[in-house]
Design a protein around this ligand. Structure first.
Ligand code: PMP
Length: 354
């Protein structure tokens, strides 16, 4: 390869998602999927939408879905943008809202998609260190910024900021877009959506991948001032005017209609999180306080990489990150009670407690 081409490939260092192996009987706790299936109403809606009408293009504006989302969050449909998962919504956000002279700010430890997307689009960024307790400190963002993006709860720590802290951040940066990626908000954190009415610079991103168990359907949305939504729509229309296929639009509407299923799933995940946390602490782990569907935990005597590899040998997959400050941690998705038991007994065997 010529130097020119190898430089281009080098500049496009991709985001590396968690692996999706094909082994049966694997305890898969590495990509924060929901441990139970989606609402039966979703499956029915997708079956109902599977007709000859698939020969027709879907609604490019996803109007019915945007109305359903707007009703859920008490905003107007013009304040809702939809896309194929939050990764796609965020991809549009980076292009539409983050091209400034001043840098985009985000934490040094956060969703690894953000720096990848900055490099891809030549967006200048600065990372802001988490404090000694792995928390985001809002005061540390009092510096020149073109825009700010935070995951709340943060990933992979699981620690959440309060709505009051987000409001303080918005007030300190009234003229910059502030994007809050709330992929995990339903598992115990406060959403910033009520702040949209008073803060035209706020955009909040939600996904149906986690708390609605629809990672495979690829549906997410952003809520903000109509002007921000219009900016995202212009980028989308220049790229692909059909954001969601017919099945995804119908399935998502059904998912949002099943409050009972949603509440039950959320409680299950939160109960199993408390159970996992206790089990890990009994084995000597330090577990960060999580508001997400995963925990971030470290054993004081063991290397994270060794633990992750030993778990893998026992058909239990968790996520390990090589970057130095978090190399001793494991990020473990919340699974069923049986999966949590398999993980805990594998760990106790590895730690010589069995
Ligand atoms: N934001 C954060 C913080 C995430 O961890 C993830 C999931 N890996 C996403 C966004 C993307 O989720 P999805 O594209 O499935 O909506």
């Amino acid at each position: 390869m010529s130097r020119f081409w190898s430089q281009i490939v080098h500049d496009l260092t991709p985001y590396v998602p968690g692996e999706q192996p094909r082994l049966a009987d694997l305890v898969k706790l590495n990509t924060n999927e929901c441990p139970v299936g989606p609402s039966p109403l979703v499956l029915q809606a997708i079956r109902d939408a599977t007709t000859d009408a698939l020969r027709l293009y879907p609604d490019p504006t996803a109007t019915a879905l945007r109305q359903a989302i707007a009703a859920c969050h008490q905003v107007r449909p013009e304040q809702v943008f939809v896309g194929n998962g939050s990764d796609e919504v965020l991809a549009h956000v980076f292009v539409a809202l983050f091209r400034h002279e001043a840098p985009l700010l985000f934490p040094d430890i956060t969703y690894s998609f953000y720096p990848v997307w900055c490099r891809l689009h030549g967006i200048g960024f600065e990372t802001v260190p988490l404090d000694a307790d792995m928390r985001i400190r809002i005061e540390a963002y009092a510096r020149p910024a073109g825009a700010i993006i935070l995951a709340n709860p943060n990933a992979p720590t699981g620690i959440a900021l309060s709505r009051a802290e987000i409001a303080a951040l918005l007030d300190a940066h009234p003229d910059q877009p502030v994007v809050i990626d709330e992929a995990y908000v339903d598992f115990g954190a406060e959403t910033a959506i009520p702040l949209v009415a008073s803060h035209p610079n706020l955009l909040v991103v939600h996904t149906l991948s986690k708390s609605r168990a629809l990672a495979g359907l690829r549906v997410a949305y952003a809520i903000g001032d109509a002007a921000l939504i219009e900016a995202l729509t212009r980028v989308k229309d220049s790229f692909n005017s059909y954001p969601l296929d017919r099945l995804a639009q119908q399935g998502a509407i059904a998912a949002l209609s099943d409050e009972a299923w949603f509440r039950q799933t959320r409680s299950l995940v939160m109960e199993n999180r408390a159970y996992l946390r206790q089990g890990l602490e009994r084995l000597g782990f330090a577990v960060l306080p999580s508001c997400a569907n995963f925990v971030f935990a470290r054993h004081p005597m063991e290397e994270g990489a060794r633990l992750a590899a030993a778990l893998r040998e026992r058909a239990v997959l968790v996520r390990h990150f090589a970057s130095p400050r978090i190399a001793d941690y494991l990020r473990i998705s919340i699974g069923t009670r049986a999966q949590m038991d398999r993980l805990l007994s594998a760990l106790s065997e590895i730690l010589g407690r069995a």
